[in-house]
Design a protein around this ligand. Sequence first.
Ligand code: SF4
Length: 66
Amino acid sequence: MKVTYNAETCIHAGNCVNNLPAVFKIVNEQFIIDQEGASETEIRQTVVACPSGALQIADNDISKII
Ligand code: SF4
């Protein structure tokens, strides 16, 4: 699984950084994704909850989302 981020799509709602601050964070004014910071299931749930679609999962295995 690979999480991707599109800065042009992000509406800065903050859901990701609030839900999983160990994974989605701002470091030196850069948005970074540390996939080691939570379980794959937790990351998938947060990606699905992104209101803008800026976060995407690069594989197509949606069976793991729920
Ligand atoms: S949840 Fe989505 S829209 Fe909100 S800050 Fe994160 S990437 Fe941007």
